[in-house]
Design a protein around this ligand. Structure first.
Ligand code: NAD
Length: 363
């Protein structure tokens, strides 16, 4: 084995978080060994588990451990035990803090519906089969962070407002991430905005168009209004390769895209900044309804680990994990979330083991 090694910060979190992180770690250990590099881990509480341990959902000491790592893997946070907490003591505020402190401005959510899973989709199988897109959402700007914001006035006559604001550098940096991914994938980028109404979207469109012409002429760039994009995602999701959009539109569109595959348990994400570490986490939450029952689908977390390996430049190991997932699904294995009536489902552990067997075939 070479002496190449990576330090990964694990934040298993709450509910099914620790269960799915455990499967991802087993697979990371196996593919790293097979591909000749080493991974070492630090593990810390986050969210509800950190409230119980430190009375803080994301203590500064945990943030510092994460900042020193090559990659951060998070399971999920939250659950009924902490629902009575408010403000900065909510588990989710720990999540916002770590995203902010790591400066991860681009959130990447791939949505793929292999033919073997099209039957699990709420849409007609023929409408979704073969869907393979990547949504790149701007994560640290736009209307969620814009100032001024406020609420004033008397009950019955109140006034409330937010500000949607983007600067040229903010648009350029997230567009660069999206153009680069389009180049690595099928060469098509669709930028989603509301330039027929919003001035901020007119700037967004101008900046993306100029960048495309000057630096990414090989990428086929198109623009779509967000209302049409929401409709097209449902009517014909197969038309998209990479989508880039702002924080608000991306929040809504990426959740709409998330429903296409039929289960939240399939969807990984990566949040990247200008420098490492990135933050890699499944899209789903802590699923308190199935926590501790070995029913959780570990695929979203394992595919998040694959995105981390891509980010570290370990593409062979990453494709080993993806091939493992594909092999297990093709073999017909299904956790309960993907099951159909009358069909037996496998446990979290069994799905992880099957993915490992198939991953080993290619690495
Ligand atoms: P959820 O994603 O936890 O669960 C929604 C539904 O999907 C549930 O029926 C659950 O059983 C199922 N599900 C989710 N992931 C699954 C998996 N891997 N395998 C099988 N089934 C799965 O969303 P929720 O119920 O709205 O939220 C539960 C808690 O999680 C809340 O406290 C919420 O705030 C938190 N949450 C955290 C994150 C995060 O950590 N990133 C994201 C969303 C929600």
């Amino acid at each position: 084995m070479s002496d190449k090694s990576y330090q990964i910060a694990l934040l298993p979190g709450d509910g099914i978080g620790p269960e799915v992180i455990a499967e991802a770690v087993t697979l990371l250990d196996a593919v790293s060994e097979a591909c000749g590099f080493r991974i070492t881990y630090t593990e810390n509480a986050a969210g509800g588990a950190a409230i119980d341990r430190y009375k803080d959902p994301m203590p500064d000491s945990v943030v510092e451990t994460c900042q020193a790592a090559d990659g951060v893997m998070l399971g999920a946070v939250g659950g009924p035990a902490w629902d009575h907490h408010t403000g900065d003591m909510r588990p989710e505020s720990g999540l916002l803090k770590i995203r902010r402190e790591l400066g991860v401005f681009a959130n990447l959510r791939p949505v793929a519906v292999p033919a073997s899973l099209a039957e699990a989709s709420p849409l007609r199988p023929e409408a979704v089969a073969g869907t393979d897109m990547l949504v790149v959402r701007e994560l640290t700007g736009g209307i969620y962070f814009g100032e001024p914001r406020g609420r004033s006035g008397e009950p019955g006559n109140e006034d409330a407002f937010n500000t949607m604001r983007y600067t040229t550098p903010e648009i350029e940096r997230v567009a660069r991430v999206a153009f680069a991914w389009a180049r690595k994938r099928r060469g098509r980028l669709c930028s989603v905005d509301k330039a027929n109404v919003l001035v901020v979207s007119q700037l967004w469109r101008d900046v993306v168009t100029k960048l495309g012409a000057e630096e990414y002429a090989d990428v086929e760039l198109s623009h779509m209004y967000v209302d049409n994009a929401a409709m097209q995602l449902v009517i014909n999701p197969g038309q998209f390769d990479v989508i880039v959009t702002g924080n608000l539109f991306g929040d809504i569109l990426s959740d709409a895209g998330a429903t296409l595959g039929g289960s939240l348990g399939l969807l990984p994400s990566a949040s990247l900044g200008a420098t490492r570490p990135g933050l890699f986490e499944p899209v789903h939450g802590s699923a308190p309804d199935i926590a501790g029952q070995s029913k959780a689908n570990p695929i979203a977390c394992i595919l998040s680990a694959a995105m981390m390996l891509d980010d570290l430049g370990e593409e062979k190991a990453a494709s080993g994990l993806r091939a493992g997932v594909e092999g297990a699904l093709d073999e017909g294995l299904r956790t309960a979330d993907l099951g159909r009536e009358g069909r037996e489902s496998v446990s979290t552990r069994e799905m992880g083991e099957a993915i490992l067997v198939h991953a080993r075939k290619v690495i």
